[in-house]
Design a protein around this ligand. Sequence first.
Ligand SMILES: Cc1cc2nc3c(=O)[nH]c(=O)nc-3n(C[C@H](O)[C@H](O)[C@H](O)COP(=O)(O)O)c2cc1C
Length: 208
Amino acid sequence: MDIYEAIYLRRTVRVFQTKKIEMETLKKILNAGLQAPTNDHMRYWDFIILQDQASKINLIGSVGQNRTSENALDLVDAWGLVDTYQREMYLEAISKQYQMLLNSGCLIIPCFRQKHSLLKPENLSSLNGLASIWCCIENILLAAAAEGIYGVTRIPSGEDSLHLKNVLKIPSDYEVPCYLALGYPEEEVRKLQQHPINIEDRMHFDKW
Ligand SMILES: Cc1cc2nc3c(=O)[nH]c(=O)nc-3n(C[C@H](O)[C@H](O)[C@H](O)COP(=O)(O)O)c2cc1C
């Protein structure tokens, strides 16, 4: 598939079929992740893969369970969101947080080595590890799209991070950037429209 086709096909999907992702396909997608640029050339990236419901339930705990479609509108108003596309996106997403992780074809927990505290960076370079793993994650999402597989990322909260590290026995010098839920999308899945942006409005020549 042409790279531009994969880029335009990739969209966030939160409702999946029960169909599993074949191991060879998963390896191919994750290997595409490993081709991403990296700050230190070493790609200390590991992927913990959860496929069965019991391990996913154990890992996810109560993530996102407190938010329902009934209180979504109140939340979106409370957050002061006014952009139509942005509101639509949150209204669609809010109630699906738990199910999207649980019902994914596979739930991936990417890990990256981070020697110093991520939350107390000395300078921008201190965040290189985080920046690099997100390049890897985008490669994974694009390669997945080329295979007809889509997904969604969710950032763990402080407590969720600790839970993830404990349950999965992640080494202390590794961090988890996100939950990465992948799967074959439900037939009728809604792909929301992105907020339209004219690239020429965002291009600045010589100065802002
Ligand atoms: C850093 C990051 C964090 C995100 N966190 C969440 C999240 O917590 N829950 C969720 O449903 N989607 C999450 N998303 C997915 C976005 O909601 C999604 O990319 C956005 O709605 C735009 O949709 P699109 O990917 O189809 O263009 C996240 C995406 C990124 C890049």
